[in-house]
Design a protein around this ligand. Structure first.
Ligand SMILES: CC(C)(COP(=O)(O)OP(=O)(O)OC[C@H]1O[C@@H](n2cnc3c(N)ncnc32)[C@H](O)[C@@H]1OP(=O)(O)O)[C@@H](O)C(=O)NCCC(=O)NCCS
Length: 226
């Protein structure tokens, strides 16, 4: 049986479905963002789908979203600093969350990245790939690879020189996928078992991608289902 997958940019109209996909794919133990609740996640995807400093790619099968990847300029913390009101709302709904070790750690990172920016230490030439997710039923069809390649192409089109991401050290599937696509592990400590990865993006679309960033809306892939 052949199934048709289509990749395109995510838009604000996709956000409801993206949030549902997120809850299907991730669980709160491995993905602390779920602790912030659905309203924050909704706002975060709205931002990833509409902000000029961010973008989202989605893959659809029969008009249903089965995969996505989001990227923001700068760092992972950008989604929090640009949506601080929604973040505040999440803390008001669950005040105890502010004591959660991972939340404390992330807040510290936000503070440090804002401080570095105010000191002019971080040039905006990097993108951060987050929320890479493919529905279980659609996995092993090359969709994860397709989404990452689209993100590399778009980063190149935006003249970013680096694409960063991260995955837990026990996430062997994601780690091997990233490394096959040219990501390398960053040196230094891995707080909370998170492996940081990066790749240099070339102006011609990245080392391993042949996607034309201007024609992504028309790309459809015909791949066999398992
Ligand atoms: C990681 C993820 C996006 C991959 O999606 P996918 O569509 O299945 O990815 P692809 O089909 O492009 O590639 C999967 C590759 O992993 C390989 N793989 C599958 N299971 C594996 C395993 N247990 N160990 C090692 N490699 C494995 C496949 O063989 C394939 O490699 P190939 O291209 O050489 O055949 C998907 O598994 C997922 O959504 N996981 C949960 C969320 C997640 O971990 N996100 C990333 C970090 S935040």
């Amino acid at each position: 049986m052949r199934e048709q997958f289509q990749i395109r940019r995510g838009t604000p109209q996709d956000v409801d479905e993206l949030v549902q996909l997120h809850f299907r794919v991730f669980d709160a133990r491995s993905h602390y963002l779920l602790l912030l609740g659905r309203p924050f996640l909704f706002q975060a995807y709205c931002w990833y789908c509409s902000a000029p400093t961010a973008f989202t790619f989605i893959v659809e099968a029969e008009n249903k979203i089965v995969g996505c990847a989001t990227v923001s300029e700068d760092s992972y913390t950008a989604v929090f600093t640009h949506n601080w009101l929604a973040l505040l709302g999440a803390f008001c709904r669950r005040p105890s969350m502010i004591m959660h070790p991972i939340v404390v750690c992330r807040l510290r990172e936000i503070f440090v990245s804002r401080r570095q920016k105010s000191l002019g230490k971080t040039p905006h030439t990097s993108g951060y790939l987050a929320y890479l997710a493919v529905d279980r039923s659609a996995r092993l069809n090359g969709l994860g690879k397709l989404l990452i390649e689209a993100c590399i192409s778009e980063s190149s089109a935006r003249n970013w020189t680096r694409l960063l991401t991260g995955a837990h050290s026990n996430n062997t599937v994601a780690l091997s996928l990233y490394s096959r696509l040219g990501f390398v592990r960053a040196q230094g400590p891995n707080p909370r078992g998170l492996v940081k990865l990066y790749m240099q993006v070339s102006p011609t679309g990245g080392r391993n991608t042949s996607l034309d960033p201007h024609s992504l809306n028309q790309i459809s892939t015909h791949l066999s289902t398992p």
